[in-house]
Design a binder for this molecule. Structure first.
Ligand code: SF4
Ligand code: MG
Length: 336
């Protein structure tokens, strides 16, 4: 099968003193082999929690995966023991984060951090692992890798740390790389370099990528398919072209109008989405976007819309798809 990862009906909650926060509310998506899938949405929409839960990492603050299955390469990750899962995380699925300092160990040489996984999961000898570590630093574009391998993270610049983290993540040649806002903290030039690096690795090693971002410019540059999340739910999904040129959800339109994109000239006026997402202590029973939506109808506040499939890949959850709904023209300015 072409599908590498198949997440079905994932539900994740945080238990707080004030009650249960339903951060992820029945999320399903899949990733094909060798494909880059972007999960997009504003901060707090549940995209990072979805990614962490996919790897069976308990998100902070104390969260729990309430329901759902995560089929990866034929096995359900939710059914693995901690130990089995740890070995999957080290060798088959890797994750990189926005801030490398949260995942790099400041007290350990960068080279040693690359070597750890190789020794543990690939049973390499120390000298083999060191050779591979130098090779990986070279692959991710770090100059003088045989010198750098002996240095500590604080001796690296921000962009170099991000590269080092990618080297660690890719050393064991994982089938899936999950990148959570990998370039958000970097300046535009370095950002473009890191994205190019990831694209090259995807092509050369056939790695599948889940890219988590709020930046649609990054998405356009990198992903083949897109999942749009809002208030813990997937509200639209499709190929890159289907979302960019034929997006159907008013929230997707809002994202497209509010984020600077690489494919248009920068002078175009950006329109922020007014309002804030709903409180996930008590999510609304209808469409979660209703309070912010210019097109909301009475039914929208009463009932959550079902999926409407427009193509095999493209679906949207919005009452505007109903045959009785008014015809609204796509208000985004991006035209084919
Ligand atoms: Fe707007 Fe209604 Fe569609 Fe929700 S279902 S996005 S409120 S039109
Ligand atoms: Mg996040």
């Amino acid at each position: 099968s072409r599908v590498l990862l198949d997440v079905k009906d994932l539900r994740v909650s945080f238990d707080t003193y004030a009650g249960e926060v339903q951060a992820v509310r029945g999320v399903s998506f899949y990733v094909n082999k060798g494909e880059a899938l972007a999960i997009v949405g504003e901060s707090g929409c549940g995209k990072s929690v979805t990614a962490q839960s996919t790897m069976q990492l308990i998100p902070m603050p104390p969260g729990r995966i309430k329901d759902g299955s995560v089929m990866f390469n034929g096995k359900d990750l939710t059914k693995l023991t901690d130990r089995q899962m740890e070995s999957v995380r080290g060798s088959e699925i890797s994750m990189i984060f926005q801030d490398p300092m949260t995942s790099l160990n400041p007290t350990m040489k960068v080279g040693k951090q690359i070597m750890e996984g190789l020794i543990k999961h690939q049973r390499m000898s120390k000298s083999e692992a060191k050779k591979k570590a130098i090779e990986m630093l070279d692959v991710v574009g770090i100059p003088n890798p045989d010198k750098r391998v002996e240095q500590y993270p604080h001796e690296f610049s921000g962009g170099m740390r991000q590269r080092a983290m990618i080297a660690i993540a890719l050393a064991c040649n994982p089938k899936l790389l999950i990148a959570d806002e990998p370039t958000t903290a970097l300046d535009v030039t370095i950002q473009a370099q890191i994205l190019d690096l990831m694209k090259g690795l995807q092509r050369d090693f056939d790695t599948s990528i889940i890219l988590i971002t709020h930046d649609l410019g990054v998405v356009a540059d990198m992903a083949q398919r897109v999942v749009v999340m809002y208030a813990g739910k997937v509200i639209e999904s499709g190929t890159l072209d289907e979302i960019f040129y034929d997006g159907q959800h008013p929230y997707t339109w809002g994202l497209l109008n509010s984020v600077p994109r690489l494919d248009t000239n920068a002078k175009e006026k950006l329109i922020p989405i007014e309002g804030t997402p709903p409180d996930l202590f008590s999510p609304p029973k209808g469409c979660p976007f209703a309070a912010r939506c210019d097109y909301a109808m009475p039914i929208c506040r009463e009932e959550m819309p079902e999926e409407t499939f427009l193509t095999e890949d493209h679906f949207v959850k919005c009452w505007l798809q109903h045959e009785m709904a008014p015809n609204i023209e796509n208000p985004t300015k991006i035209k084919r």
